[in-house]
Every structure is written in C-alpha cells, then in structure tokens.
Write a protein of this length. Structure first.
Ligand code: T1G
Length: 731
C-alpha cells in the first residue's frame, strides 16, 4: 500500500513517496499524493510543492500487483492525481533519483518542472508488460519531446540516463554527481559539498537525496515567485509540425515490424501516441485510458506480467535463505577456449572480473583468444562498445596452457567437449590445484553433475553452470544443483548469474536438465511428424508463426546437426529399443549435411546466405523413410503440428516438476523464454498451458498417447491438475 511523508521546508511542502522496494504507486501512495496536493492548495502558508521518493529511487511505477484487483471508489486513480497536479495554480516540482519508470515518470510529466540526479534512469517500460503508459504518458511525452522521440522511447520501453532525458526535453535540470572532479575541488577549496557527493566520496554512509530535493525546493521557490507555470498538457510547439502526417506512424510501424512480431502492445502505444496529434489533449487522455483497459485485460499482458515476476521469483531458492554467506568472485578461470569457453570468459570480462582461459595446445588457445577479440571488435564496429572499453575487457582475459595458473581463481568453469572421462580427469586435477574455497563448475549440457562431483574430494563446491550458445549473448544460465552442492555454492552462483548479466535458474540433475530435456520431447515429435506426412518448412512455419524465432529444423541447421548426431551415436547402446525412433536426422547427417556449416541440412543454403531453402532431396529422403517404416503419409493440419510440438514439451515440464528438478512452473517458463526463444508474450510453456487450459492439454496428450504410444504418456501431475480443474499457476 505505502504512504506519502510530508515535510515543510520554508513555504515549500515536500511530499516523499514511501512504498519499498520501488515506491510502487499503490493506492496508499496515490491517496497520499492527492491529500498532500489538496493540503498545499488549501494552505496560504504554502507556495509550492516538491514531490520525491524515499529510499533508492523515485518510483518504479504503478504497483503491478494491484492490476486486476478491485478498486474502491474513494481510491483516486493515477490519471486524476496527475491532472490535479498539472492544474495546480501553485508550482509542483519533481525531484527524481535512482529510477523513474512508467507511472513513476508519468507523475513528473504532469508536474511543472522536473529535476533529476545524473545517475537516474528514466522511461516508460509499460510495453514490456503488454500495456501502454496509461496515466497520460502517450499524450504528455510527445508534447515535451516531439512525436519521433516519444515513439522510440515508449515503444522500446527502454530506460534512458538523465542527461539523455534532458537532451530529449522531458527533464528540465540534471543535478550532477561527478566524483573525481568534486574531490579535487573539495580538497583545494574546503567547500561544503552536498550529501550525495560526500556519500559518493565515501564520507557519509547514507544520503536522503538532499541535493536533488534541495535543488527542487529552490526551483519551486523560484517558480512560486511568479514564473509562468509550464503545463505539459497545454504545450503544442513540439507536436504542431507532426499534425496531419499519418505517414510518420505508418513508417514507424514498418520499422518495428521485425522485433515487434506477434506483440500487440507496441501497436497500442503507436495508436495512442498518434492520438496526441489527432485529438485534443483531454480526448487523447480518454482514448489512452480505453486502450489501456483493453491491454491490461489481454492474455498477452497477463503473460508478460507473469514473465516479469517469474524472472524475479527464480532468484529465490526456498532452502537457501537470503542471508546465506556468498563467496566474492574477484577472479575466474575457464577451461577450454572453444566456442562456449570463449563466450563464457567474455561474460566475466564484461562484468569487470579478470579471467584466465586454459587450453591444452598453444594454437587452440590463440585461436580462442583471437575469436574473443574479433567478437569485441565486431561490437565496436557496430558502435555498441567503445574502443577503450573493448581494450579494458580484452585486457581482463588472460590465456594459459597450464591448469596450475588457476590455483588462485575464486571460480573455475570447465567447458570442454561432452566426455565424462575427460571431465572427471579435469575435476580431479582442479581438486588438487584450486584453493579450498573455490567453486568448481561444469558447463556440461547433458552429463551427470553428481558423477563429475564425485571425482573430487569437495563435491559440496561442485555445481553445474549450463550456458547457452552463444554464451556471451544468451541470457539464460541453468545452474545445476548436485546432491552435495552446498547452499553457499548455490547462493554464490545465483548471485554471480545476475552480476555477469544472466538470468540464473536453479535446476536439478537429470538428462538434459530442464531446457534440453523438454527440447528433446518437442523435437522428437517434430521428427515423427515428418515421417507421418509433414515437411520441415511446414513444421517450421507453424512454430515461427507461434512466435519462436525459428522452427526446430531451421534451429537444428543453425546449431549444427552433427552435435546431436554424435550424442545419439554415443547413446545408441542405452536407447530404449521398444520406443519409436526416427532415422530421418541420422540419414541426413550420413549424407554429410550438418546444416548451415555445410550449406545443407534439412534445408539447403546459398553461399553467404542463411535463408533456409526447402530441398527436394530431403523431401525424397523423408518420403523414403516413411515407406521404409511402413507409414502411410497423410495431410497434417497446422493445429496438430502445434499441439504435437508444444504439448509433449509441457508434459515433460510437468514430469520435471513432479521429480522436483525445477522449483516452480514459472522457473520452467523463464528457462524457455531466455534459453529457447519461447515467445515471451505467451508467458512460457507452463503459463501457456494454463491459457489454453490444462484439461485441454491433458485430453490431447491422452488422445495422442492412444494414437502414437509411450513417448506421449501424460504426466500424473498433468492428469491431477486436469481433473482438479487447476493449472500450473495454482501450484
Ligand atoms: N510494481 C510492483 N512490484 C514491483 C514493481 C512494480 N511496478 N517494480 C518492481 N517490483 C518488485 C519486484 O517484483 C521485486 O520484488 C522488487 O520490486 C525489486 O525489483 C499507469 C500502469 C524499477 C527498474 O514496468 O523494471 O506504471 O522480487 O528486483 O533490479 O502507466 O523493478 O523483491 O519480491 O526488479 O532494482 C511500469 C518495473 C509499471 C517497471 C528496479 N513500471 N520494474 O529494478 O529491482 S505499469 C515498470 C522494473 C505502470 C502506468 C502503468 C524494476 C526497476 P521482489 P527488481 P531492480
């Protein structure tokens, strides 16, 4: 709920929102602001108001947990609070620090003057929740920044630094906090410095944002002394030139088509921003509210809000309390300078942690270090990294051919190829070399972490850290808890995940962990669909249209078909002979077609072109396989393709939950959204199951099981939820 604390500073009333952890604009804060403004308006002893936030930020926006909950009529809605502020005859100044997001920025947009600390990040990220700014942001922002900038800001949902916000026109003044220059000035001048600078210089432990609020109080007094108040809603100069130009909005829609594919909210934002030049202000506000209500009620927004909280929930491990001691990771080691090893090392260098890569042969090492440098140079050439920063990062990556150079590392991640004997040998050596409290981690994607841990005398310090390729890009990190992995090791690696820019999810030990195990269930059925009558491009189109970046066969060609082929050959001796197995993938590999790397796989590829082209040779191979297996090919609907691919994946997720190998269904959603491109606007596979109805998934799985046999046996949990009318969200 939260509240608003008020304090008088001379003739200025300072209202400080107080609703930890992010000063969400819950109804306590909204009614507190309304009461504060009314108090100021009714008191002749008050000339102006300053609004600020207590703690580490101004406000993270509306309290998302309140969405869809009943509102009492006495409870002012945010648009009305902002309207009251904007119409106030007494100046209202916003003093902003930390973060100002969503409604937490719309509030200052309604104020008459905005002051932000230089370290502040500001933006309207509502689109990431499947909604649009619903408290005037789509009408006021264009009046301050112009339409083009407002479109970019609101449709991207990005938070921008204060100086950029000032340059764009929606912040009027930036209070600086440059430490070094101030230190020099301080020592020379003996001046009094604002609290925050003293804090930045380590002189005081905590500041209460004195300087931003102090600056705002001074500005409020200045405005109260007679300056004309700038009411955002009445500003016309920045939008006048964009009236009657629908082409601006059409062009913008075209420019986002690729990255907004499948999403509804970006277009709702554009629709409302267009109203800012088409309609009078108040009508634009009313239309914005209608669009907002439409979006909030949408399945997409529910899915995106689920994904927002799921990502934060995944960081909480029930039996690893928040105060579990964690090890500080100041240095890291990586074994193997191949594609994965190099990418993993870059994550540490990017996070400011020196890392040593160890390879067996000097030339393999140099090749690996060369690829890292090339990757950084590529990013610099795209203007996404400065040369200085590249040099700093490359400077943090050291190479070696001697494992002993990892003796001092706080964590060592082994990233050699998937061979148990080799991994056990390496962990045995690390056990002798590494310092007692080092974390020993394996990037294995399929092998038994307990067996690897047993090769050391300290299994409690062994954990799996399964990165996804390319490891310096993909955000997911499956942290694999072994039977003996300590809580300290888990807490350390979960914390480290965030530090190196990853979304860490804790999973248990099983074949393929969470992600790959569910992937097998999906791609296996995709393979069977080919034998029964479908073709790769038909299956891929269905999955692409569903929202994945690509379908299973194009994905296989991208990853390289030889990787899976090698694993299937290694495992042939343990494969259950009574269960159906598709020979199609093996036959393609036997032709030397390994995908994009050989310009031929399920598809063929022109030189230098990654566009998959259906290949009659593969169609013939598939038809032949059907004949060899005695399967009569049939028409297969897109709906069946989607169900045959997604429902077994969900079913496998249910089994994983039953076995306790994932802590929550929402963790599985995070794995699939960040590791496998599951469309975020569908909330992940388990949330998706709840939207189509678990009973429907169960009934379909039961039918498919009757038709196609054992791989499709419904999980007991799926049955239980279906019969109890519940969903994964109820677990
Ligand atoms: N409502 C409720 N809870 C929130 C919240 C919010 N807006 N933002 C964060 N939390 C919780 C979060 O779940 C976590 O909880 C804790 O706060 C710390 O968050 C009318 C309707 C602000 C940049 O989209 O992007 O305004 O896990 O770990 O890394 O137009 O939180 O500790 O129990 O993320 O420092 C628009 C959402 C809302 C911003 C801080 N606002 N928040 O990041 O902390 S819609 C947003 C963030 C709106 C109006 C509309 C980030 C942050 P727990 P955290 P952080």
């Amino acid at each position: 709920m939260g509240a608003v604390n008020s304090e008088r500073r001379g003739r200025v009333l300072v209202l400080a929102m107080d609703n930890p952890p992010v000063n969400g604009l819950g109804h306590g804060v909204r009614s507190g602001l309304m009461a504060g403004i009314e108090e100021a308006l009714g008191d002749d002893g008050i000339d102006a108001v300053v609004i600020t936030g207590s703690g580490r930020m101004f406000s993270g926006g509306a309290d998302i947990t309140e969405f869809g909950t009943p509102k009492s009529s006495a409870d002012p809605i945010l648009p009305d609070v902002i309207k009251k502020i904007e119409a106030s005859p007494k100046p209202v100044v916003a003093a902003i620090h930390g973060v100002s997001a969503g409604g937490g920025l719309e509030l200052p947009l309604g104020c008459h003057y905005r002051i932000a600390h230089s370290q502040t990040r500001l933006g309207l990220p509502e689109v990431n929740l499947g909604i649009l700014p619903g408290a005037g942001g789509t009408q006021r922002m264009p009046r301050l920044t112009g339409v083009e900038a407002a479109l970019k800001l609101i449709v991207s949902g990005d938070l921008v630094p204060a100086k950029k916000a000032h340059a764009l026109g929606f912040v009027d003044e930036v209070v600086d906090g440059d430490v070094v220059e101030t230190a020099l000035k301080l020592i020379v001048s003996g001046d009094l410095v604002p609290a925050k600078k003293a804090h930045a210089l380590g002189f005081v432990d905590e500041v209460v944002d004195g300087d931003v609020v102090e600056t705002a109080v001074a500005a409020a007094e200045r405005l109260a002394a007679g300056a004309e108040l700038r009411r955002t809603g009445s500003l016309e100069d920045r939008i006048a030139q964009d009236r009657g130009k629908p082409e601006i909005f059409e062009a913008f829609k075209k420019s986002i088509a690729r990255r907004a594919r499948g999403y509804e909210a970006p277009y709702a934002c554009i629709e409302s921003i267009e109203n800012s030049v088409k309609l009078p202000f108040d009508e634009g506000l009313a239309a914005e509210r209608d669009i907002f209500r439409r979006c909030v009620a949408s399945t997409q927004s529910q899915a995106l809000r689920h994904a927002f909280f799921a990502e934060r929930e995944a960081t909480k491990i029930p039996d690893v309390p928040k105060d579990t001691p964690v090890k500080t990771i100041e240095t890291a080691g990586v074994i193997g300078a191949g594609t994965m090893g190099g990418g993993i090392a870059m994550n540490f260098a990017n996070a400011g942690i020196p890392v040593t890569i160890v390879e067996t042969e000097q030339d393999n090492l140099e090749r690996g270090l060369g690829i890292i440098e090339k990757n950084y140079a590529n990013t610099v050439s795209k203007g996404r990294l400065s040369q200085d920063e590249m040099d700093a990062r490359v400077g943090r990556v050291n190479g070696s051919t001697d494992l002993a150079d990892l003796a001092g590392a706080d964590i060592v991640i082994e990233a050699v190829f998937e061979n148990m004997a080799l991994k056990k040998e390496i962990f045995g050596k690390l056990d002798e070399i590494c310092k007692a409290d080092a974390i020993l981690a394996s990037n294995t994607s399929t092998l038994d972490v307990n067996e690897i841990a047993a090769a050391t005398s300290r299994p409690e310090s062994v954990i799996g850290t399964h990165f996804f390729s390319p490891a310096n890009v993909m955000k997911l990190l499956e942290n694999v808890r072994g039977e003996k992995t300590s809580k300290e090791a888990i807490a350390t690696v979960m914390g480290l995940s965030k530090k190196i820019g990853k979304v860490g999810v804790l999973v248990g030990v099983c074949d393929g962990f969470v992600g790959n195990r569910m992937l097998y269930a999906y791609t296996r059925q995709a393979g069977f669909l080919l034998e029964e009558g479908a073709l790769p491009h038909q299956v891929d189109k269905v999955i692409f249209d569903f929202g994945f970046p690509m379908g299973p066969f194009a994905m296989g060609d991208l990853a390289g078909l030889d990787v899976g082929w090698k694993i299937r050959q290694e495992r042939e001796h343990v494969r259950p002979k009574d269960l159906r197995y598709s020979p199609v993938a093996d036959r393609i590999c036997e032709m030397g077609r390994f995908g994009q790397k050989t310009s031929a796989g399920y598809y063929s590829y022109k030189e230098g072109d990654r566009t998959p082209v259906p290949d009659p040779k593969i169609e013939a191979l598939i038809v032949q396989a059907s004949q060899d297996l005695g399967i009569e090919r049939r028409e297969i609907s897109d709906e069946e393709i989607l169900q045959r691919c997604m429902y077994p994946l969900i079913n496998e997720g249910a089994k994983i939950l039953e076995e306790g190998l994932a802590l929550r269904a929402s963790d599985i959603d995070v794995v699939w959204i960040y590791g496998y491109g599951f469309p975020r606007y569908r909330g992940g596979p388990m949330f998706y199951a709840d939207t189509v109805g678990v009973k429907h998934v169960y009934d379909t799985m039961s039918r498919l099981h009757d038709e196609h046999g054992d791989w499709l046996e419904p999980a007991p949990l799926l049955k239980q939820l279906a019969e109890s009318g519940k969903g994964f969200g109820d677990l």
